[in-house]
Design a protein around this ligand. Structure first.
Ligand SMILES: Cc1ncc(COP(=O)(O)O)c(C=O)c1O
Length: 417
């Protein structure tokens, strides 16, 4: 492979520059490299290909929209039919009644938008000192400015200087830690609490029993806005439109991206409760001075609408829950392997195999080695996390695919010794 000019995200370019892995096409749960070899996409790319790859109806919807109006901004009073329709449809799925939808270009953009809406809401409510934002250890909220500040994966914050001063982390599994932190900061200074229903990039960590319910209650007690980061958990990954619904929690804000288009085009958004939207919608003269050029991009919205059609028509949303047991069962006994510390999963169609500290000490490159072996020998693409390997296949996957994933893990883990 010749040298590259492409600077890859989350990559050691010194190692990657002569060793890129080039994909060429995809079909459902399969992707193909330039030599025509096929791989099982056990991670739905970066947790987003919920309907699988290569669906012609999405391509057709995109082409049709390109032929009408490829793009136009929606600042001020401008809009277009796909953006309006998408907002109405997403609002109709949301657990908050009469929700409003702010469209963005992706997940990190949505996090920054939610944080700014939260702060601006409190400003409008006459409590401008409510600026602090609390997130959880192991959390991942993207790599934009505010999301970097919120990062619960410390390595994603380190070395970038200070992002958001008023941002604190609490233990991801302890509701009492949230209460303590709100009390320490002073409730009158806290704007919002951010939580992924199942922590994704931080290791696939389902919530401790009662955690989301209790933290939602604590947030409510102190008037702190509860932001559900549904960038991974939304659009069927947990078997509902939004993962938080499984826990009976009605958040104030929801961030989404990924599965809303299954990645066919980039798009994200923030769903706001009617109450949080009220100062901006029900009172005149207040402008939320925020929004990206491609918010409401009609072609991206057309892709999203077509993707939502597939999720509905193929009845894919419940599969996140229907398949969570079978996926976990397929991987569970990997915990008996000496190189494995733990297998997490069972809440939604996602799981992680955590390597044993001894295996990582013996071979600091063990995570990458497992992924490379699984890809080259097992024909399976896994997602490397800090100390674990994640699995989150398209919602179209079947139990046969889980067997292939399991076999790839078996071979890859054995290769470590
Ligand atoms: C929970 C969560 N929030 C936010 C983001 C950021 O999304 P994006 O990469 O589209 O900016 C991600 C990305 O993986 C995510 O998993």
């Amino acid at each position: 492979m010749t040298d590259t000019s492409l600077w890859h995200p989350f990559a050691d370019m010194h190692a990657v520059r002569g060793a890129e892995f080039v994909l060429e096409r995809g079909e459902d749960v399969w992707v193909y490299d330039t030599a025509g070899r096929r791989y099982l996409d056990a991670t739905a790319s970066l947790w987003y290909s919920n309907i699988g790859h290569g669906r012609p109806e999405i391509a057709a919807a995109i082409v049709a929209q390109l032929g009408k109006l490829e793009a136009y901004g929606i600042f001020g009073n401008m809009t277009n039919a796909p953006a309006r329709d998408l907002a109405a449809r997403v609002a109709s799925y949301a657990p908050m009644p009469a929700a409003k939808v702010f469209l963005t270009s992706g997940g990190g953009d949505s996090i920054d938008t939610a944080a700014k809406i939260a702060r601006r809401y409190w400003h409008a409510k006459g409590q401008p000192e409510r600026t602090h934002m609390i997130s959880r250890t192991n959390s991942y909220h993207g790599t934009h400015g505010i999301g970097t500040g919120l990062a619960g994966i410390a390595a994603n914050r380190d070395g970038f200087g200070e992002y958001v001063r008023e941002s604190e982390r609490v233990a991801h599994d302890d509701p009492a830690a949230l209460r303590k932190e709100i009390e320490r900061i002073g409730p009158e200074k806290v704007a919002a609490f951010f939580a992924e229903p199942v922590i994704g990039a931080g290791g696939v960590i389902p919530p401790a029993p009662g955690y989301l319910e209790q933290t939602a209650q604590i947030a409510k007690e102190y008037g702190v806005l509860f932001v559900a980061d549904e960038v991974i958990c939304g659009y069927g990954r947990l078997g509902r439109w939004f993962g938080i619904e499984r826990f009976g929690v009605v958040p104030d804000l929801i961030t989404f991206a990924k599965g809303v288009t299954s990645g066919y085009l980039p798009l994200g958004g923030v769903i706001s409760s009617a109450e949080v939207a009220a100062p901006f919608w029900d009172e005149g003269g207040r402008v939320l001075r925020h929004g990206a050029t491609y918010a409401g991009h009609p072609t991206c919205c057309a892709a999203a609408l077509a993707n939502l059609d597939v999720l509905e028509n193929d009845n894919l949303i419940p599969r996140g829950e229907e398949l969570e047991g079978p996926l976990h069962d397929a991987l569970r006994s990997l915990a008996e392997h000496p190189a494995v510390a733990e297998v997490r999963g069972g809440t939604g169609l996602l799981a992680a195999v955590e390597l044993h500290p001894d295996a990582l000490a013996a071979n600091p490159a063990a995570i990458a080695a497992v992924a490379t072996h699984a890809r080259n020998e097992g024909g399976v693409l896994l997602r490397t996390l800090n100390t674990s390997l994640a699995v989150s296949p398209p919602l179209t996957a079947t139990e046969d695919h889980f067997t292939i994933i399991r076999q790839a893990f078996d071979g890859a883990l054995d290769s470590l010794s």
